[in-house]
Write a protein that binds this ligand. Structure first.
Ligand code: CDP
Length: 211
């Protein structure tokens, strides 16, 4: 079983995919981490993430072990990620890793759940289940502030809100793989739903699709 979960920043993809992975025994891939790792390496080396050749070289050097760096969770990595994510050659380089994960889930898992921006549209267009999460920018910014503070990272609401909106605009307007729901995705607005309700909504949909 392949489950694709897409949506804008802090819409609840991580929480939902962790629960789905646990419930169904699926391998989980947070594909945002790939873009964050590429963007983070570039800014750490003092280079410009808008430079195609530099970004592609960083994507080609990416290793699975790079994804464990806690600094990838910060907003600097997120902003750099959304810049490199608009470069078609970077997306093409990272596509194989994601598709291979879905086709051969690690640990002998019977399937995979992937979250990102283009899983249901580009990476796994044949996924069994496609979900697209949304929420208002204000709710998402509040969630991200709490998440970052819980990790001991700096978080100022107005700055986070502006960063999310900048990132959403970049993600939705890029020419390749823009952020948009697949035609056959169930769209769930999580603005006024807690994590349990979102999980129940997803489970009910999965059950109805599998019957
Ligand atoms: O955790 P959050 O939702 O804030 O972001 P993320 O999923 O870690 O993604 C960071 C950035 O990477 C996004 O703003 C996108 O620009 C990019 N991304 C993408 O283009 N495609 C993906 N499949 C995943 C992330």
């Amino acid at each position: 079983m392949i489950i694709a979960v897409d949506g804008p920043a802090a819409s609840g993809k991580g929480t939902l995919t962790r629960r789905l992975a646990e419930h169904f025994g699926l391998a989980r891939l947070d594909t945002g981490l790939l873009y964050r790792a590429v963007g983070f390496r570039i800014i750490e080396e003092g280079d410009d993430p808008e430079e195609t050749a530099i970004a592609v070289a960083a994507a080609e050097r990416l290793q699975a072990s790079d994804l464990n760096n806690p600094a990838l969770r910060g907003e600097a990595a997120a902003s750099a990620a959304s810049v490199v994510a608009a470069i078609p050659e970077v997306r093409a380089t990272l596509r194989a890793f994601q598709q291979n994960f879905a086709a051969n889930p690690p640990g002998g898992a019977p399937g995979a759940v992937l979250d990102g921006r283009d899983i249901g549209t580009v990476i796994c267009p044949g996924a069994d289940i496609k979900l697209f999460l949304t929420a208002s920018p204000e709710v998402r910014a509040e969630r991200r502030v709490k998440e970052l503070q819980a990790k001991g990272l700096e978080a100022i609401y107005t700055r986070i809100l502006r960063d999310l909106q900048d990132r959403d605009a970049r993600d939705a307007s890029r020419a390749v793989s823009p952020l948009e729901p697949a035609k056959d995705a169930l769209v769930i607005d999580t603005s006024e739903k807690d994590a349990d309700t979102v999980f129940e909504t997803a489970l009910a949909h999965i059950t109805s699709q599998n019957n």
